[in-house]
Design a protein around this ligand. Sequence first.
Ligand code: COA
Length: 258
Amino acid sequence: MAFENILSETNEGIGIITINRPAKLNALNRATILELSEAFTALDKDEHTKVIIVTGTGEKAFVAGADIAEFSEFSEEEGEQLAAIGQQLLFDLVENLGTPVIAAVNGFALGGGLELAMAAHFRVASENAKMGLPEVSLGVIPGYGGTQRLPQLVGKGRAMEMIMTAGMVTAQEALTFGLVNHVVPQPELIDFCKGIAARIMKNSPVAISKAIKAINASYTKDGYEVEIKSFGEAFGTEDFKEGTTAFLEKRKAAFPGK
Ligand code: COA
C-alpha cells in the first residue's frame, strides 16, 4: 500500500509503521491519521504480521503532536469532532488492536505523539526521547486520550503535574514513572524492539489478542467522552486563539484567561 505521510512494511513477521513528515517533526495532520488508521488495520488483518512497531522518521522526533497549523482556526464543534474522529480512527483502534503494538519512541513525543505512544500496548524510548502533553500551553487540553491514558500509566498525581505544567520528561524520568518500559541508545532502538517482538512471536497470537482485550477491559470509556467535550469547549476560548496563534507566530503566549 502506498502512503504519502507514513511508511509501512512487514519483514519476518514484524510490521514497522514509520511516521514520515520530518520537516514538521512528524506532526499528525488529518491525512497522516487516516493513513495510520489504514496501515494499522491492514497489518492487523495480515496473517504474516505478528507484532507491529510504530516509530517516527529521523533522530529528532517520534511525533511532535497534532498539527497545530491545521486546527488553529477550528470552532468548538470542529474541535470536538477532531478529538472524536481521531480517537475512533486511530487511538482507540491501536489500543484495541489484536496484534501487539510497540511504540519505539525515538525523540520528541508530545501531545498527540505521546497519546499515540500511550495508545500502543507498551513503549520503548531512545535515550534522547522527551515526552509531554503541552496542550494547556496552547489553551487546549489533550484530546486524543491523554487525560485518560497518562494517569493509567503514571498515576493521577504525576499526570496532573505533567498536564498542568505542560512540561517534558526525559526518557529516564519516563522509565521511573512507568511511562516507558525500557530506555536504549537511539541506534539500538528498533533492533531492541524487534528483540521483544521475537519473544512475543513465540507465543499464541490468539491468546495474546485475548489478553490485550482482557487487560483493556479494566478501564472504563466514560472519561474519553468528557475529554472530547472539554477539548471541543477549549476551542471556544480566547486562550486557545492566543495559544495557537503564538505558536504559529513563534512567540510566547500571553493568555487573557478567558
Ligand atoms: N504542529 C505543526 N507543526 C509543528 C508541530 C506541531 N505540533 N511541531 C513542530 N512543528 C513544525 C514547526 O512549526 C516547524 O515548522 P517550520 O520549519 O515550517 O516553521 C518544524 O516543525 C520544526 O519545529 P521547530 O519548532 O522549529 O523545532 P524546535 O527544535 O525549535 O522545537 C519542539 C521542537 C518539539 C520543542 C517544538 O516544535 C514544539 O514545541 N512543537 C509543538 C509541540 C506541541 O505543542 N505539541 C502539542 C500539539 S497539540
